[in-house]
Design a protein around this ligand. Structure first.
Ligand SMILES: NC(=O)c1ccc[n+]([C@@H]2O[C@H](COP(=O)([O-])OP(=O)(O)OC[C@H]3O[C@@H](n4cnc5c(N)ncnc54)[C@H](OP(=O)(O)O)[C@@H]3O)[C@@H](O)[C@H]2O)c1
Length: 353
């Protein structure tokens, strides 16, 4: 009797919430579909993190003189990636919105006794194409050779916002800005790679790509916005880009390899404001990876000698893992690549002069 009453209360409360939201029924149904998909994907990924926890390790081999560029390296998973790369004696160029935070981070790491590697931080708002252009110009002038590019900065969910350039914010931040940055740094990456050691581009994607599709007819979701659908699109786009550009590098003989990665389900501020954190704020602390554990697969994708020559792969807990079928679709990869080039006015990818 108590259970039946409980269920009735939930059903009535849900019905009231639906009516008060004044959203059309098809939108409510689509939102519910994404909610269910994310719950299923998230639970599966959590289980995989737990089952594969022994695989989630990598060696921090010395790489003196090497240069890495990372977006969003001043907090979250990125900050831990920076620390690990510094332990390998790498100079890490951080593109971030708060340069002071990156400088404070360097001071903190030095105070902790980390006396190797270095940080050089420059202003970057990855969602704003002119900021990407300015950052890339500054970086390439100072660092003509770049060994690693880690496209890490990202946002998840939140209300629909358009960037200054008029793109949906998750598409612009997670994918479009990084596409442009990769184009602008491509020549420096080409110069750093050789037949013995490729330079590497690591795109920090997510298992959320499994729910993604590319909505070419309305890439900015102006006609219908489901925030989790837009996040999934941006994360799928990163993998399609990874796979297409790697094929291009192989065909054109560039010594560059690309990987996409899923860092795991990691307890960071990315989840702030989500239903999960609002309803069960204790859960991430208890069940998620910590940022250091989330950083390990990213560092592995950058440095692991086992991955040399194995570009175009998706790394999950330091293992090569299958992606969605859509991410493997070569026609879709090309279609998105050409679409993106047109969108931001790139004639030849990687050619900037
Ligand atoms: N946490 C997870 O469970 C999880 C799972 C799968 C994939 N990922 C992916 O992992 C990556 C890192 O996420 P996280 O968990 O570390 O999140 P986080 O703690 O929220 O950190 C996000 C980082 O991205 C930067 N960023 C956001 N928007 C930016 C912009 N417009 N310009 C420049 N930097 C910007 C932030 O810099 P500011 O300090 O300037 O905001 C911050 O450094 C993201 O791509 C995310 O999608 C995370």
């Amino acid at each position: 009797m108590i259970i039946i009453c409980g269920c009735l209360v939930i059903i009535i409360a849900t019905a009231i919430a639906i009516v008060r939201s004044k959203k059309p029924m098809d939108l409510i149904m689509a939102e519910a579909k994404y909610e269910m998909m994310y719950n299923a994907m998230g639970s599966r990924a959590l289980l995989q993190d737990w089952m594969m926890r022994k695989d989630n390790k990598t060696d921090l081999l010395p790489q003196p003189g090497k240069i890495a560029v990372i977006t969003g390296g001043a907090r979250g998973i990125g900050a831990e990636v920076v620390k690990m790369l510094m332990k390998c004696d790498i100079t890490v160029v951080i593109g971030c919105r708060n340069v002071q935070a990156a400088e404070m981070m360097l001071k903190k790491y030095r105070d902790e006794g980390l006396d190797k590697g270095d940080i050089d931080a420059f202003q970057l708002d990855i969602s704003y194409l002119d900021s990407v252009r300015n950052f890339a110009a500054t970086v390439t002038e100072k660092y003509p050779k770049i060994n690693y590019l880690i496209n890490n900065a990202g946002i998840m969910f939140g209300p629909r916002i358009e960037t200054r350039d008029g793109y949906e914010s998750q598409f612009a931040t997670n994918y479009l800005g990084h596409f442009l940055l990769t184009h602008l740094l491509f020549d420096s990456l080409k110069k750093a790679g050789d037949a013995k050691c490729n330079s590497r581009i690591v795109n920090v994607s997510s298992c959320a790509h499994l729910a993604g599709a590319i909505n070419f007819d309305d890439i900015n979701y102006r006609s219908r916005y489901i925030t989790s659908e837009a996040y999934a699109q941006s994360k799928l786009a990163q993998i399609l880009f990874t796979n297409y550009l790697y094929t291009l590098c192989k065909n054109e003989g560039h010594h560059i390899q690309l990987h996409s990665i899923h860092p795991g389900i990691v307890n960071t501020e990315l989840f702030d404001g989500t239903n999960l954190k609002n309803l069960a704020p204790w859960l991430p602390n208890l069940m998620f990876k910590n940022p250091e554990q989330g950083a390990i697969p990213i560092v592995h994708a950058c440095l692991s000698p086992e991955l040399e020559g194995k570009g175009g792969t998706y790394i999950h807990n330091c293992r090569i893992f299958p992606t969605s079928e859509l991410a493997q679709d070569e026609e879709l990869q090309k279609k998105l690549f050409d679409f993106t080039k047109t969108l931001i006015g790139i004639e030849h990818f990687g050619v900037t002069t």
